[in-house]
Structure formats: C-alpha cells, structure tokens
Design a protein around this ligand. Structure first.
Ligand code: SF4
Length: 244
C-alpha cells in the first residue's frame, strides 16, 4: 500500500508554486540533467540560467558550461549564459577564504548566484526561480533554500521553489542520465578554495591532484591517478640514479 502511494507520487507531474514559467539556475550538467528531464516530463515551461562565477579555473568553468549547454540544446531548452564575473565573486567572499565547505563562504556564494538569478527573473517576467544546486548530496539543502528565498524576497510576487530534487528517486536518476549522456564529472565543488581543500585531502591520501577535463560519467576511466603515481615513482627513480 505504502509502495503504491509512493509510486503514485513519483509519477505525478511537478507543479510550479507560482506563475507559468520557471527560471532554473543551473550549476552543471550532472546536477541539472534529471531536473531538466523531470520539468520536461511535467510540461513546465522553463529556461536555464548559467551564472557561476565561483568556478575556477577558467578551463573548468568552460567545461562545465559547455556540457550544460550541450544538453539544453539537445532538449531544446533556452539557455541564458551570464557573465563570468569572477572578480566580483572574489570580492564578495573576501575574508572567508578559509571557511570549510558548507560554511559561511558557501552562503555568500549561493547568495551571489541567486541574487543574479532573481534579478534576471524579475527583469524577464519569471515569477518562480529555482536551482539545481540542491541536487548534490554534498550540499546543505537548507542553506541553499535560505539563500534562494532571500534572493526571491527582493521582488514582489517572486517565489523560490524549494523542491527537493534528490527525493523520489532523483539522486539515482541523476547518476543514470549522467552516464547515459557521458557528462563531464567534476571532482570538486567549484571555487579555488574547494579545489585547494580537495587537493589537500587527496595529497593526505597519497593521491595526485585533480586534473581538469579527464573524468566523464559512463566512460571507461583512464586511470590517470595510477599513471601519475607511476610517473612520480619513475621520476624519483631517475633522480636517485643521477644522485648515485
Ligand atoms: S565550496 Fe562551492 S559553494 Fe562553497 S564557496 Fe566554493 S564554490 Fe561556492
């Protein structure tokens, strides 16, 4: 009985909390793939907005954006590409560089991205905004919703949709679509500080630092980590021979 009820909920179409079109802030293709599919399944008119000046370095930013654009084009969804105004992002988070992930630096980062989303929504007639950021299990859903709601509250009649995209099988579907589409698989949240902290963690485990643009969902992995370790060992061996 419970199973049937849950199943029924899963297949019900999604309903917007306000208005008839949605502005969806997207952080990357893997987080937005299933969300986009679900919105299409529900017949919701939506536009993707890509505004992520936090992503560092530029190569990683381009990789994430291009993957997202590729899937939007495939589904025929309008894609708004806003500025990579990274200088403003660095100004905004100044003083909080050493905060841990999910700390205050992240609140500032979400605030900045959602404020820009809400402004664009206000200027272009969207009364509901939302984000794919909450799809990742690494994120604090309440922290994201708080930033989204604060940004929407700047404009009359604008609503931030707090829908939990992980529920109802969303987390699994996110992986499934990422594999089907062979999306680029990023290995850190996005900013230079998350890259720093992730690389430190990897070094503590004896692993090589992240390389950009090498991992894709569903593609056989070139084991670049093993390759890097072998190269390192080889170099150490060469140096040792020279020393002798
Ligand atoms: S860790 Fe992620 S959410 Fe936090 S500041 Fe960096 S990019 Fe933004």
């Amino acid at each position: 009985m419970t199973h049937k009820t849950n199943r029924k909920k899963e297949i019900e179409p999604l309903v917007l909390p306000a208005g008839d079109k949605l502005l969806l802030h997207s952080c990357c293709a893997p987080c937005s793939g299933d969300v986009m599919n679900e919105l299409a399944r529900s017949g919701i008119d939506y536009t993707i907005l890509f505004y992520n000046p936090n992503i560092h370095p530029r190569k990683e930013y381009d990789l994430r954006k291009e993957e997202n654009m590729r899937y939007a084009e495939k589904l025929g969804v309008p894609f708004v590409d806003l500025d990579y105004d990274k200088d403003n992002w660095f100004t905004r988070i100044k003083g909080f560089e050493d905060e841990p992930e999910r700390g205050h630096r992240c609140t500032l980062c979400f605030d900045m991205r959602f404020e820009r989303t809400a402004l664009y929504g206000h200027e272009h007639g969207f009364s509901t905004i939302c984000s794919t950021l909450g799809t990742s299990r690494w994120k604090d859903f309440n922290q994201i919703n708080g930033s989204g709601e604060r940004a929407a509250a700047r404009y009359p009649d604008m609503v931030y949709w707090t829908h939990n995209w992980r529920k109802g099988g969303g987390s699994q579907r996110m992986l499934d679509v990422s594999k089907e589409e062979e999306f680029y698989q990023q290995e850190y949240c996005g900013c230079v500080y998350s890259l720093r902290d992730t690389n430190k963690h990897r070094m503590d485990q004896g692993r090589p630092p992240i390389r950009h643009g090498v991992k894709y969902y569903g593609k056989p992995e070139t084991d670049y980590e093993a390759q890097a370790m072998a190269e390192k060992a080889q170099q150490a061996g060469d140096t040792g021979q020279q020393d002798r």
